[in-house]
Design a protein around this ligand. Structure first.
Ligand SMILES: [Fe+2]
Length: 315
């Protein structure tokens, strides 16, 4: 297939139209033959629970009700060893294979190609996640801080989507069942009007093999597999201007001894830090602060990826 991967999955939608109408705005769903996801469908051995757990060679995340049971109500996600993941999957769980690109070269190839086609800026962290869902399992309503391309490879999965009028351009993941708790930073732009009756308000979409769905950052979503389902999601944590500016500010401030001093309450220590801060913030240099850098900005995602790399067992 000579057509770039992005154009194949966008169907008839041009890259320009995708940028204008979908990138930070609306979900996009396109339909087509499974073969347009080449080389992913050729991974015939991938997509069964035994094959994936063998290939993955790392602890596996279990999502949903069975994770709540396993953690005695503490969390709806829990990381378990492959044997336990197999048991829970057979009991009806959804399994998440985070950073699947680290384990499957074909998936890594698609991630790199998509990243190139999209022209994501320097500092973007991209990864692929495989979701294997037993019939009836899924995830509860939440939104993510990354953009997401969902490629449905096997089975069907229902997505319940809802526009986010509660927290525009979110900087973090948030699940509706965390209410009434709202993290401190999210609270600075939280409208106080979260969905009251999520599934009545949401729009349902059922993805079939060969379907692509693009989910912009921040769109509320919940999923439920109609039958055993396998999908691969490619997501990109694109830096926000806030992250770009803060990274630059940190570099500027790191050179100042008074700010590298340990924060304690002695007056002279505080005065030194106050004076240094005033010197930096009092003379803003917007161009210098808005310079993109090559390292990834999403430290949470990067730390997770590094952790998985370290856990990888020798083949
Ligand atoms: Fe999500």
């Amino acid at each position: 297939m000579s057509q770039p991967f992005l154009d194949r999955i966008l169907g008839g939608v041009s890259r320009d139209a995708f940028r204008r109408q979908h990138w930070e705005k609306e979900p996009l769903i396109t339909h087509g033959p499974l073969s347009r996801f080449s080389p992913l469908p050729e991974l015939v051995d991938l997509g069964t629970v035994e094959a994936l757990t063998n290939r993955y060679r790392s602890p596996i995340m279990v999502l949903g009700k069975l994770a709540i049971r396993e953690t005695e109500g503490i969390s709806d996600r829990v990381s378990v060893l492959p044997g336990r993941a197999l048991d829970l999957y057979r009991e009806g769980a959804t399994l998440e294979f985070d950073c699947l690109d680290m384990f499957v070269p074909e998936v890594r190839g698609v991630l790199e190609q998509l990243s190139k086609d999209l022209g994501v800026p320097d500092g973007t962290f991209g990864k692929a996640i495989g979701y294997l869902s037993a019939k009836g399992s899924g995830v509860s309503p939440h939104f993510d801080a990354y953009v997401n391309f969902v490629l449905q490879l096997r089975g069907t999965k229902k997505w319940s989507l809802l526009k986010n009028t509660t927290a525009e351009y979110p900087l973090e993941h948030y699940a509706l069942d965390e209410l009434p708790f709202v993290p401190e930073e999210l609270a600075t732009y939280w409208s106080n009007k979260p969905p009251a009756n999520y599934f009545a308000e949401a729009k349902d979409v059922v993805l079939k093999p060969g379907d692509l769905m693009f989910v912009p950052r921040g769109v509320w979503h919940a999923t439920e597999a109609g039958e055993e389902s396998f999908s691969v999601n490619f997501n990109f944590s694109v830096p926000t201007w806030l992250e770009v500016a803060l990274a630059s500010l940190r570099l500027k401030m790191a050179g100042i001894p008074a700010l590298r001093a340990l924060a304690d309450s002695t007056p002279s220590n505080q005065d030194g830090a106050r004076a240094a801060l005033a010197a930096v913030l009092g003379s803003p240099d917007a161009d210098a602060l808005l310079r993109l850098r090559t390292e990834e900005y999403d430290r949470y995602q990067v730390a997770g990826a590094v952790f998985r790399q370290l856990l990888k067992l020798d083949s």
